[in-house]
Design a protein around this ligand. Sequence first.
Ligand code: F6R
Ligand code: MG
Ligand code: MG
Length: 378
Amino acid sequence: MSQKVTVSVIKADIGSVVGHSRPHPSMMEKCREVLAEGRACGLLQDFYVTRVGDDINLLMSHYKGENCSDIHKLAWDAFSEATKLAKKMKLYAAGQDILCDAFSGNIKGAGPGTAEIEFEERGSEPMLFFMADKTEPSAYSLPLSRVFLDPFTTTGLVIDPRAKKGFDVEIHDVVDSKKVVMSSPDETYDILSLLGDTTRYAIKRIESRVGLGTACVVSTDKLNITAGKYVGKDDPVCICRAQSGLPAVGEYLQPYMNTMLVAGWMRGSHYGAFYPCAVEDSDPTYFDGPPRICCIGFQLNEGRFQGLEPMDSAPGDHTPIDFFAGQVWDEVRTESVKACKMIRGHGPFMPAILSPDEMEYTTRPAVLQQLTPRFQDL
Ligand code: F6R
Ligand code: MG
Ligand code: MG
């Protein structure tokens, strides 16, 4: 058994009430039941079940390390049981992210998204969980670049002696399944030259360069490639550790004050502006979005999540801080809707739609095939 604590977030879209809006409360309850059994048998230290839009997110803490088959199976069982309910209720896209008939050792490649982070719990351990709906993993590349590479966002990079030493950034090529680790600040411009191509590169993991361990991890399972065909967007999560030599909570949040366009809303084929909001406000309400970004926070206490609930409350029974709930984010929400309206004005034209290779839905090959005999040389 590892001494280090592991926090795993495993998420899936397994069916919604009214199109792709929101999992039914009974599905969330079923996930809680299954994870409570996992806690009762000693597998988990603690858990919290939440959601963003139509995605159920299972937050789990344990001492079993990353990629633990038993932990992945527990999440798989929770999603499978909740899928049964979704199917009974004839909910939309019931079981969408359950791509295999049976669990075979690791949940990666089986449909759900995963982000896991193993570390030595510090004297005090503030954690943030970003959860996005209707977008893809590279949506985090811009905000995380601002947090870890940009001193005009993170003043800590200038005035905190440990943060100033920089960070190692693991970048994934999600198309070719390759990875490279690059260091900031030395290679900042080269890092950005890759990450700017959001169709291919995404940040997977960022490590402290002064031995504080992993600062953040993103789920990068690209579902369309996993399944060989598109079956659902990634709707990625990002786990972050904050403070004391790592970016402060507020530094992690700051980039979301900028209105950012991300890929993936409506039929996985459009650009839309990130809309930071409370979990409760994360149902898609305008053209399948706007793409939601939520952020909840806990303190970790000996492997258990501590929110605003009493210290002795039951495992799983938590009240996190919901960072994007407050009025301070109203302004960016208004701007996001304005940006979405503007880009929607382009209808089915680029740049409102993604590049042809990235479109989840397309009729173009069939249209072109039909037109082949009618095309003439210029
Ligand atoms: C959201 C999502 C939607 C669908 C769209 C069309 O998670 O997937 O944008 O792509 O609602 O769905 P279908 O083709 O099932 O009617
Ligand atoms: Mg969906
Ligand atoms: Mg979703």
